[in-house]
Design a protein around this ligand. Structure first.
Ligand code: SF4
Length: 354
């Protein structure tokens, strides 16, 4: 583990009216995932802490390449080579009365215990449904395999449950679709089929990586509604990754903003929208249209682009793009994530005095 301070993020049940118990289902502590390439080491996730409580949703936002998806994949130990988790722990807490807490990273990525957690207790909806299904098997075969691995249901019960889930996510003719191959599904249908597959095992934690990107707004609203109902029924914790701040405002209890593998701000969703503190958070929010934006008005954009992780700027990684840059400070030292009030944490020298 590096000496750099880890970033702390908590989806707090105290801020969510429908929240469950205080005990975290999943605690990620000091997670570091690096990619060992011929050109050097890329620190894709660089010391992130996450606590997920039952019945809460944490939204993770940030531009592409900031480490959101790699954080999610690290939790399930499905980071592809040359990536490797090099430090941290990921503690999963089973239901009260079941076996004791488990450090997921102590399990082999292909062990039976890990397979039981992955797709059963902790499910994931992937960003790219087109490449996430096997083209060689029917959808029915694939969802049946998930149910066979994670439930004790009979073959007929598994079939009926899969059909029920296809219907719940709005796929017409679900019985017929069970016998079809994924190439027969449209992009939106594949996305919904993936949601059905992730939810059918009744997970306690759902990681949703851009789950509604390929969907039209009506279907998106239906899917978000479905996820929220599932969450209420099962006290499920959700880690929701998206670029869409409109979706975040709808579904999240807490928001985490990531930039170049680090958390730069975290706090309750209303604080993020009412009083964003980090200059990057403010820039993200000013670059989305509001109800008062006229149709021809140019939206402000964040200057520059996210640097390549191998060319990480000195000091604060956001300093080449920051409107509040302070020469001699921001380009020299790296700010730590600190509490600025009871609920918000931010890593920026503007708040150092607090
Ligand atoms: Fe901007 Fe400096 Fe704050 Fe970084 S530390 S966000 S460069 S003001």
């Amino acid at each position: 583990m590096t000496s750099e301070a880890t970033q702390s993020v908590t989806a707090s049940p105290a801020r969510n009216s429908g929240a469950g118990s205080d005990e975290a289902i999943l605690s990620v502590r000091g997670l570091e995932t690096h990619f060992f390439t011929d050109e050097g080491i890329v620190r894709a996730v660089d010391g992130v802490d996450i606590e997920l409580q039952p019945g809460t949703t944490m939204g993770i936002v940030g531009e592409s390449g900031c480490g959101k998806s790699i954080t999610a994949k690290s939790i399930l130990q499905i980071v592809e080579a040359p990536g490797r988790i090099v430090a941290g722990e990921i503690v999963y807490n089973p239901k009260p009365g079941e076996s004791s807490e488990t450090d997921i990273l102590s399990l082999g990525s292909n062990s039976d215990a890990m397979r039981s957690i992955r797709g059963g207790e902790v499910s994931m909806i992937f960003q790219e449904p087109m490449t996430s299904f096997s083209t060689m098997h029917t959808f029915g075969n694939q969802i049946d395999e998930a149910l066979r691995l994670h439930t004790n249901l009979s073959k007929q019960e598994r079939f009926d449950l899969a059909v029920d889930w296809l219907a719940r996510v709005g796929i017409p003719n679900p019985v017929q679709r069970m016998h079809e191959y994924p190439f027969r599904f449209s992009g939106g249908q594949l996305q919904r089929a993936m949601i059905a597959m992730a939810m059918c095992t009744n997970p306690r934690v759902l990681i949703a990586d851009e789950p509604t990107t390929a969907l039209d707004v009506t279907t998106q609203a239906q899917i978000l509604d479905l996820l929220q109902r599932m969450q209420e029924e099962n006290d499920m914790a959700v880690l929701f990754i998206t670029h869409d701040l409109g979706v975040i405002s709808e579904i999240a209890d807490d928001v985490t903003v990531m930039y170049l593998g680090k958390v730069v701000e975290s706090g309750p969703v209303f604080s993020f929208f009412d009083d964003p503190m980090h200059p990057y958070s403010r820039a993200l929010l000013t670059s989305i249209p509001s109800m008062f934006t006229s149709s021809r008005e140019r939206l402000p954009s964040i200057s520059g682009s996210i640097p390549h992780p191998q060319n990480r700027p000195s000091g604060c990684a956001f300093h080449p793009r920051c409107q509040s840059f302070m020469e001699g400070t921001c380009d020299v030292r790296e700010p730590e994530l600190v509490s600025v009030n009871e609920e918000q944490e931010v890593s920026c020298f503007l708040y150092e005095e607090r």
